[in-house]
Design a protein around this ligand. Structure first.
Ligand code: U2F
Length: 522
């Protein structure tokens, strides 16, 4: 059966309608608030001729973070300023897949998961293996462990059907257990040995993973509605620490508002001249942003969805830079080596001025100047295509149609015609090498250049040739003119650099505003 684009979300409303708890409450209300936007994007997709239907998939959504005791803790933080970014993604993923015509089941409990996919008890100590009743399972790192428990021996067999929502990403060096252990890339999260593209991130961090993203509302006219208002991005008190001077400069130039969670009975002590609304329900928060001129980052939380929502509502985003780029303790223990150059590197590098201003928050003169400049800058609501409903529909449709990790002989996607081979300078990762040329690194194309011919085609003569299990290979070392080929396909990695190595990089072009998709092979 083909997946037909739907122009209603009623099936999804039914699926999540009865679920309880603050976390699913947030998901449900986000889906409701954005349903018109999703439906319109679906209608447009249906009308456009290049919409090729894919088979209808039976999909299980299992946000493991919401299951079990950890789930209760996470849920109870929803109303106290805890992280919502993951819930934003679950809401948008469920809406997107429903519009694309797939058949969804949502589960947020381990018992339910067992009843859906558990190995049937019986046969003495050996449970009877049942075929998996889902074509695709979207889950997260917590959910992987639950799935392993529920599926027993079939876990490995079916892991090619998993997609892991992983906000900050998992680099290949952390993903392959044996390599991670022997090379110092071991973390609490990594080491599942999936295909790196099965991990789906919130922003395009490293193209080794697939961008899941999320979608924001847009198209609201803002002219005449912007007041001299700044809203500070910081739902919890601790995020404000050490930022008093920065806020003081801000409040000398603008009317400052905040949405900091206030514990019952107590009020959150904030700097003077800050109007705190308390944590707002999402639609009220968006209404506030609608009349806001500038959304102001405090340096944390990193890489959340709120700045993209603010840009879509016509705000400017002002945020602190981090020099030198750091990988603060927040990223320690996460399966990535990425260093962030500001609170929101995507906003800084993919969007930039006049929408995004990145300043050194300790340089108060620079902060004041930026605020004054922002006051004089008119911007229209702006959303990169990849964060619109249409863009997310287009991207997920492409993934579902083309990403097949179960059939080893399936054709590579994008096709070889998309490949632009680049030889990087010493010390640069392929992420940077491709980006410097306005391209993106495409890990699916690595195997086309992982051969001796590529070196000679690039004019490199090799005096030594080696085949190694090394996440930086294929690469060239000028010392001794050594040419290194990759021996382990799981380790093909856009991320990673070494001062002694010039990496061979598979770059490609991308659709405007949609880095995940190549114009080839759609
Ligand atoms: C990120 O999580 P956060 O939840 O801190 O991300 P935010 O960008 O602050 O916001 C997520 C949503 O919260 C909403 C807002 C966003 O859609 O509209 N919201 C709200 O409903 N009411 C308010 O008063 C203020 C905001 C990131 F997404 C996670 O992956 C990380 O774990 C976390 C830590 O870096 O940061």
């Amino acid at each position: 059966e083909k997946a037909e684009i739907r122009t209603t979300l009623s099936l999804l409303h039914e699926e999540i309608g009865s679920s309880r708890g603050p976390a699913l409450g947030f998901v449900r209300s986000r889906v409701e608030q954005m349903s018109r936007e999703w439906i319109q994007a679906g209608l447009r997709m249906k009308q456009s001729s290049n919409n090729t239907a894919s088979p209808q998939m039976k999909v299980l959504l299992y946000p493991g973070v919401l299951a079990g005791p950890a789930g209760q803790r996470f849920g109870s933080m929803v109303e106290r300023g805890g992280p919502l970014g993951e819930l934003v993604q679950w809401a948008d993923l469920s809406a997107c897949l429903t519009i694309l015509g797939h058949n969804l089941t949502l589960s947020t409990s381990r018992d339910h998961l067992h009843s859906l996919i558990g190995a049937a008890p019986g046969g003495g100590s050996c449970p009877i293996q049942r075929p998996l009743p889902f074509d695709l399972i979207y889950t997260d790192y917590h959910g992987l462990a639950h799935l392993q428990g529920a599926m027993g021996l079939t876990f490995q067999h079916y892991q090619c059907r998993f997609r892991i929502l992983d906000s900050f990403g998992t680099e290949p060096a952390f993903n392959m257990g044996s390599y991670a252990r022997s090379h110092g890339y071991r973390t609490l999260w990594g080491s599942w040995g999936l295909q790196p593209l099965q991990y789906m991130t919130m922003f395009p961090h490293t193209p080794d993973n697939s961008l899941m993203g999320f979608a924001v509302r847009q198209g609201v006219r803002t002219e005449g509605r912007k007041h001299n208002v700044a809203v500070v991005y910081g739902k919890q008190q601790y995020m404000w620490q050490g930022m008093a001077d920065y806020i003081q400069v801000l409040s000398s130039e603008m009317e400052v508002h905040a949405t900091v969670y206030q514990p019952p009975g107590g009020s959150a002590p904030l700097p003077p001249n800050v109007t705190n609304h308390g944590l707002l329900a999402q639609d009220h928060f968006h209404r506030l942003l609608h009349r806001t001129k500038v959304f102001v980052g405090l340096g944390f939380p990193y890489e959340g969805p709120a700045p993209i929502e603010a840009l879509a509502l016509g705000c400017v985003f002002l945020q602190p830079s981090l020099t030198p780029p750091n990988s603060s303790s927040f990223y320690r223990g996460k399966p990535t080596t990425r260093k962030v150059s500001s609170q929101h590197p995507y906003a800084e590098h993919f969007v930039g001025k006049p929408y995004v201003w990145t300043v050194d928050a300790s340089n108060l003169t620079a902060v004041r100047q930026a605020i004054r400049d922002i006051k004089l800058t008119q911007v229209k609501p702006f959303t990169p295509r990849e964060f619109t409903c249409a863009g997310m529909l287009e991207r997920l449709q492409a993934y579902i149609t083309h990403q097949d990790f179960c059939t080893p002989s399936s054709p590579t996607w994008p096709p070889e015609g998309a490949l632009r081979t680049h030889l990087g300078p010493l010390s640069l990762s392929c992420v940077s090498v491709c980006r410097r040329s306005g391209l993106v690194c495409e890990p699916a194309l690595f195997h086309h250049l992982n051969n001796p011919k590529t070196f000679s085609r690039l004019g490199l003569s090799c005096s030594a040739r080696e085949q190694e299990v090394n996440h930086l290979f294929p690469a060239y070392s000028p010392w001794g003119r050594r040419c290194g080929l990759q021996a382990e396909p799981l380790l093909f990695s856009c991320a990673g650099s070494d001062p002694q190595l010039r990496r061979l990089c598979p770059c490609r072009t991308h659709l405007p505003g949609q880095v995940a998709l190549s114009p080839h092979g759609l």
